[in-house]
Structure formats: structure tokens, C-alpha cells
Unconditional design. Structure first.
Length: 487
């Protein structure tokens, strides 16, 4: 048994495929040349315009297959032949008319009526009801309903008028002229049927693509509607959860602060009573620890409430004119015991009269305390430098507060999550040093609310520098900046 030779398919980059792709690209460019500019960028309208142009570029070529046969089969070339030739060539004008008018209504109406005229005129002179032109009457009606569905009445009126003229002409003459013998028309009928089949196939392919796109759009609309409902439900749940959180925080504020304030107050009273009594040093130390623990828990409650207000867009600034010298001195006095506990030394770099700033004193003080306490917590037997200075800019005076330490430093990965709520720079920070991870997150939000910013530079094993810059006078748009950063 002989081995049959295998059929070699051209590779994807063969010249044949490249020529085919080039040809298709040329056809596409030709079609797009006649499609109006404003339609090229509209996916919903482009297919119909492109199909209309393509059919009217190819349709006359298909029609000329019948004309060539009639030319060869006719005994004499008369005005009838040239009229049919002119009607077929007329369709080549439609793409240019589409380009000129920017729409399909007028070109489609002229095309449908011209095709009806061609079908009836050709049928009258070449074969009557057996004419190869008669099937094109059905194609004309199909095109009319396809392109002019909203103007079907005008299409049918024109077709009815031409049918009336055709019937009247047949009635007056009594018979159809026999320019070409019927027995010689079989090839023309075959060519006409094939041309009509190709024409209808192109229409069917377009209709199928339209239905596919429509189905895809319907599915997308259903999915979008479902997602919208899910988002609405999620929003309702979020609003419900937010309301419940607000109620919970209000109750927590009352239920926790009341006993905490009592613990703090009574511990201070007891300490005052025992402070001057001999042999009470141990009890005084215990009361100091109780007082410190109560104040620490009270500060945590305040941080959680502040964060909740920020997230619910309920953070309000109570701006006052603040003496920077007094503010910094108070913050240093508050955090100095924590600095001394770890054997650190505080260096203050500030002019004798740094001036004033209009800001929220509580939030600015809390921001400064957060930075100083962080530096004291993560530095042991080192130096903490607090720099406060005023500098002039085009937008007005800016207060710069920098806290620099020689502590453990922060890694690059830690810097990325440093300002996240309830997050620590390093995984083991909470276990080694404690803390909730709220201080820096609140500091950043407070600075943004006051129209300022906070930056950080750090190197592991060398130390960390936090720099706050806040305008000396409130600037417009600070709240908008806060909302943007919060989002």
C-alpha cells in the first residue's frame, strides 16, 4: 500500500495568509472610508452602516453576472439592457451618499426602491414571472424591513406603486416582451439565485452578530442589575452596622469613662492622703500604677472614639490661637517621665518665641504626644531630638515639628503599613513594646484635617524621624484633603 502524500497547510506566517489578511484589511479600510466619522466610534451603529456599505459595494458585482449573460444571449443590445446596467451601477452611489448624509434613511430608501424597479423592469422585459430578476423583489422587501423598520409604510407604498405600474404595463401590452428565449435563461436564473443567496447570507451573518451582541448586552445588563441590588443591600447592611456601631460607641463611652474617671479620681485622692504618711511608699507606688493604668485605658478609649469619628466623617476641628512655646512645654512635661524611664535624653531645638498657630489644640497636642511617646518607647539610652520651627512659604507661614530618635528604626516593609489603623510596623512590635497601632494613624488623620502632612524617614538600627508640617493659619480645602486621604 502506497503512502499517500500529506497535505501541507501553510504556516501562520505564510505569504498566502499574509496576502489574505492584507486583502481583508484593504476591504475594511475601503468600507470604513464610506462610514461617517461619528459612526466609526459607535459599536452599536457601526455594524449596520458597515454592512450597508459592503453590500452596496459587492451587490452590483453580483448583479453584473446576470448582465454579462444577457449581453451574450441577447440578439440585439437595446435601451432596455442599458437601463438595467444603469440601475445596477446606481447602487455604487449609495456608499458615497451614506458618507455625504451621515445617515442610512435616505440611501436605504433609494436603494430599496431602485432594487424594486430593477426587479420589476428586468422581469417585464426578460422572462416575466420566470425572470432571473424577480427573486430580487423579495430581497428588496427584506432590505426595506431590515434597514427601514420604522419607515415600513413608506417602503410598502413605493413597492405597491411600482407593482401597480408593472401590472398596468402587462395589462396594456397583453404579454411580456421576449428579448431572450426562456429556454436560454436557465443559466441566468442560476446566477441570480446564487447572487441572492450570497446577499442573504451576508445579511444573515450580520443579523446573527447583532443578536449575539444584543444577547451579550442583555446578559451584561442582568449582571449589572444584580450587582446593583447586591451593592444596595451591602449599603443597607453597612448603614445598619454603622448605626449599631455608633450606638455601641456611645454606650461604651459612657459605660467605660464613668468608672475610669472614678478610678483615676479616687486613686489621686488616696495618693494625696497617703503621700505624707511615713511607711506608705509602697501603697503610693501601687496607687500611681493604678492611676497610670486608668489613664492609659482612658486614652485608648479616646483613640478608638476619635478614629470612629474620622471614619464616619464626624471629625470637627475646634481651632484656637495657640502659643507654641506653651504647647510644646506642656507636651514635653507630660512625656518626660516616659523618656527618662528608658534612660533617654531629650534635646529641644526651638527659638525663644516661636509664635502662635491657629489650630485645634487638643489634636495638635495629641499628635505631638504620639510622636514623642513613640520615640521614647522605641529608644533605649539614646537621644530624642524635638525641633520646632516656623518657616515662610508662598502660601503663608508653616509650622514644622520634627521628632528624631536614635531607636530601633523601621524597615521598608514596616514603613508601608506604618499609618494603618490597628497596625504595627513590625510583626512582633506589639508583643515587645505594646500599643494598639492607632497613635500614628490618628496623628496622620489629625494633621490632614488641619491642612498639614506627616512624613517619616527611618533606617533599621539607626533611628527614625517624623516630620509634621501644619499651616500657621487654617487653609481652605483642608476638609476636602482629609476626605480624599481617608478614601
Amino acid at each position: 500500500m502506497r503512502n499517500l502524500p500529506l497535505i501541507q497547510m501553510p504556516p501562520p506566517s505564510s505569504p498566502a495568509i499574509e496576502r489574505g489578511n492584507s486583502m481583508l484589511g484593504g476591504v475594511r479600510r475601503l468600507v470604513d472610508h464610506f462610514v461617517p466619522e461619528e459612526v466609526l466610534s459607535e459599536p452599536s451603529r457601526y455594524p449596520m452602516f458597515a454592512t450597508f456599505v459592503l453590500l452596496h459595494l459587492l451587490g452590483p458585482l453580483l448583479g453584473h453576472s446576470v448582465v454579462v449573460f444577457l449581453y451574450q444571449a441577447s440578439h440585439e443590445i437595446t435601451w432596455v439592457f442599458w437601463t438595467i446596467e444603469a440601475l445596477i451601477c446606481f447602487f455604487w452611489l449609495m456608499p458615497a451618499l451614506v458618507k455625504r448624509t451621515g445617515g442610512l434613511i435616505l440611501p436605504a430608501m433609494l436603494s430599496v426602491q431602485a432594487l424594486v424597479t430593477l426587479s420589476l423592469f428586468g422581469s417585464f422585459f426578460y422572462g416575466g414571472i420566470s425572470s432571473p430578476f424577480l427573486p430580487w423583489l423579495l430581497i428588496a422587501l427584506l432590505l426595506g424591513f431590515f434597514y427601514l423598520a420604522e419607515h415600513a409604510r413608506f417602503v410598502l407604498t413605493g413597492v405597491a406603486f411600482q407593482l401597480a405600474v408593472f401590472s398596468a404595463a402587462h395589462f396594456l401590452t397583453g404579454q411580456f416582451p421576449d428579448l431572450v428565449p426562456l429556454q436560454s435563461m436557465w443559466l441566468a436564473n442560476l446566477l441570480s439565485i446564487l447572487s441572492a443567496l450570497i446577499y442573504v447570507t451576508l445579511l444573515a451573518l450580520y443579523y446573527e452578530s447583532v443578536m449575539r451582541d444584543s444577547s451579550a448586552l442583555q446578559e451584561a445588563a442582568i449582571v449589572q442589575r444584580r450587582q446593583t441590588e447586591e451593592l444596595r443591600e451591602a449599603m443597607r447592611q453597612a448603614e445598619k452596622a454603622s448605626a449599631q456601631k455608633s450606638i455601641f460607641l456611645a454606650k461604651m463611652n459612657h459605660e467605660l469613662r464613668t468608672p475610669l474617671n472614678a478610678v483615676i479620681g479616687y486613686s489621686e485622692m488616696l495618693r494625696d492622703d497617703l503621700e505624707d504618711r511615713p511607711g506608705s511608699e509602697e501603697k503610693v507606688a501601687d496607687l500611681d500604677r493604678i492611676n497610670a493604668a486608668g489613664r492609659h485605658l482612658n486614652a485608648l478609649v479616646s483613640e478608638v472614639l476619635d478614629l470612629s469619628r474620622i471614619e464616619s466623617d464626624d471629625l470637627h476641628l475646634d481651632n484656637h490661637e495657640i502659643d507654641l512655646h506653651d504647647l510644646v512645654g506642656d507636651a514635653v512635661a507630660t512625656v518626660e517621665p516616659l523618656i527618662n524611664v528608658h534612660g533617654n535624653r531629650l534635646v529641644l531645638q526651638m527659638s525663644q518665641d516661636p509664635g502662635t498657630i491657629v489650630a485645634d489644640p487638643l489634636k495638635l497636642r495629641q499628635s505631638l504626644l504620639n510622636l514623642l511617646s513613640n520615640a521614647a518607647k522605641f529608644t533605649s539610652k539614646g537621644v530624642i531630638t524635638l525641633t520646632v520651627m516656623r518657616r515662610q512659604t508662598d502660601g503663608g507661614d508653616v509650622i514644622m515639628i520634627e521628632v528624631r530618635d536614635t531607636g530601633i528604626g523601621i524597615s521598608r516593609e514596616g514603613l508601608k503599613k506604618l499609618f494603618r489603623s490597628f497596625s504595627q510596623a513590625e510583626a512582633d512590635t506589639a508583643n515587645r513594646f505594646g500599643g494598639t497601632g492607632l497613635g500614628l494613624a490618628l496623628t496622620r488623620r489629625f494633621c490632614q484635617a488641619m491642612g498639614g502632612s506627616i512624613d517619616v524617614e527611618s533606617e533599621v538600627g539607626v533611628g527614625t524621624s517624623f516630620k509634621i508640617e501644619i499651616p500657621a493659619l487654617p487653609r481652605r480645602g483642608a476638609d476636602a484633603a482629609t476626605a480624599e486621604m481617608r478614601a
